[in-house]
Design a protein around this ligand. Structure first.
Ligand code: SAJ
Length: 478
């Protein structure tokens, strides 16, 4: 225990005033839940009054949520804490000087997908603001997903430089990565176990005190800040790896000529003490802002964390990066299925009419960040095909026309390609598509295993499906 920090914390007493920097899908539910804790007196939602996000300040103070989609419990909780004057959104960062704890939840998107380097500028600005108004005994917690080594590295350096204080002596510092998913933000914060990693024991203990206030089913899992950074990035790296393993096996099944889903059922049947085979699902690709970047945070952390040099098979690419390459290959595989499918009806991609169903990266959501559909779409345009995009959830996207009418999208199409597993696509009927396309042998490419291949093959379609080596070379029925 470091006495000085403990004394500074004890002089502050229990955590009653909290600042949450970053009013996004992580910061807003966190702030509202903290404000809803009886022992907490005030929570400030700290938000830059920037052209892109400043609108959130008056909106939140009016008790309105600036988040899309349904979020159970959050709207009511927000109205309650605003009317009880226990939460206020502001761009006045000097209020941090009255806070016992400050959490920072600012995203780190890629500067550009090519070089896979995250843009830390917004996060560093948030940390700088926290440092500028820090007072003794305050707890600072980073909630954003960050490269291992960031908390004890650049975050600590900025905080110490701006405040003139010493981390672990004058103020507590920790990393407690968010684990929220859109659509269940409040439930996730309350029920998921919370990884809490301080730069020292005293910081961990203070951070544990903060998060224990909002946990219901979830429990705090304490560790060091760097272990917490590795945990967060690795839990998504492992999910990406599991998906890549399913994708690779699906490609093998297509090449060998068997049904991936039979094989998956077979493997899954292996049960018993200590036996696990977590086979996920192959598909048209992996999108989103978690799995597409967290592997690279982990890879960078291994290189920059300043620990021991990595002992790894020389000349061998990281398994985790290879997994990323396999997942990023799946839109290209969908393009390959498109080419071979059209080839069976003696057509080329150039000049063909393609109905692309699904722009969102996740089924039944309007979230289209880093969507695999966009990779495929660009390849089709490069090949001089005509592409019409449909999505029942995504209404607009920079530079792409997205239709909400399936009729309009499919009319006169040569090929229908399913990229997202939206529930609307599960009930697609062969006759409906034939009538809308007017083609003798429409091509259907199922990127999410939504359809029954036989129903389409019997209706004269050319069918291609991810993992369906048993069906992909079927005879064409006239
Ligand atoms: N996907 C597959 N096969 C699968 C599962 C997903 O191809 O078996 C694809 C999806 O189509 C999507 C992408 O992967 O394009 C990502 O899907 P996801 O379900 O992992 O959703 P994300 O990206 O929103 O991941 C989030 C993460 N949550 C946080 O970072 C807090 C992740 O840790 C969760 O495991 C995941 O949600 C979840 O399980 O819902």
């Amino acid at each position: 225990m470091n006495e000085e920090l403990q004394n500074n914390i004890e002089q502050r007493g229990p955590i009653q005033t909290i600042g949450v920097i970053g009013m996004g899908y992580v910061g807003i539910p966190a702030a509202v839940l903290f404000a809803n804790v009886p022992s907490v007196k005030m929570v400030y939602g700290l938000q830059r009054n920037s052209p892109s996000s400043g609108y959130k300040i008056p909106m939140l103070n009016a008790g309105e949520l600036p988040l899309k989609g349904e979020e159970p419990d959050l709207p009511g909780l927000l109205k309650d804490v605003v009317s009880a004057k226990r939460f206020r959104c502001t761009d006045d960062f000097s209020l941090i000087s009255s806070c016992d704890a400050v959490t920072i939840a600012i995203q780190t998107p890629f500067l550009n997908p090519q070089d896979l380097i995250p843009d830390f500028s917004a996060l560093e600005e948030g940390i700088r603001q926290a440092g500028r108004y820090l007072t003794k005994g305050t707890l600072v917690v980073l909630e954003s997903t960050i490269t291992p080594g960031t908390t004890i590295g650049i975050a600590r350096n900025i905080l110490e430089k701006e405040s003139g204080f010493i981390a672990g002596k004058d103020f507590a510092l920790a990393h407690a990565p968010e684990r929220v998913m859109v659509g269940r933000l409040i439930q996730n914060i309350q029920e998921h176990d919370r990884i809490v990693g301080g730069i020292d024991e005293t910081s961990t203990r203070r951070a544990r005190e903060l998060y224990a206030m909002v946990l219901t089913k979830g429990r705090v899992i304490p560790m060091t800040s760097t272990a917490a950074e590795v945990t967060k990035t690795a839990e998504n790296t492992f999910r990406d790896l599991q998906i890549a393993a399913a994708n690779q096996l699906a490609l093998y099944c297509e090449a060998i000529g068997v049904n991936f889903y039979d094989v998956r059922n077979g493997i899954d049947s292996l049960k018993g003490e200590g036996i696990t085979r977590a086979i996920l699902w192959p598909g048209a690709g992996v999108g989103g802002h978690c799995l597409t970047k967290d592997t690279y945070h982990l890879e960078r952390g291994v290189r920059t964390s300043g620990g021991e040099s990595l002992d790894y098979p020389s000349g061998t690419e990281s398994l985790f990066v290879t997994a990323r390459r396999i997942n990023d290959f799946m839109p290209d595989h969908m393009f390959h299925l498109l080419e071979v499918g059209l080839n069976r009806i003696h057509k080329e991609v150039r000049g063909s009419k393609i109905a692309l169903l699904g722009w969102a990266f996740l089924a039944n959501t309007d979230d289209a960040r880093n969507s695999p559909s966009e990779i495929f779409y660009r390849r089709c345009l490069e090949a001089e095909a005509e592409v019409r995009v449909h999505d029942p959830w995504v209404t607009k996207w920079q530079g792409v026309t997205i239709s909400s009418s399936l009729d309009e999208t499919i009319t006169r199409a040569d090929v229908v390609v399913i990229f997202t597993g939206h529930r609307e696509y599960h009930s697609l009927e062969p006759l409906y598509i034939r009538n809308r396309t007017g083609a003798d042998h429409p091509v259907i490419i199922d990127g999410r295993n939504l359809l029954n291949p036989d129903r389409f093959i019997e209706a004269g379609f050319v069918y291609k499906g991810i993992g369906r080596g048993d069906k992909n070379n079927h005879p064409i029925i006239s």
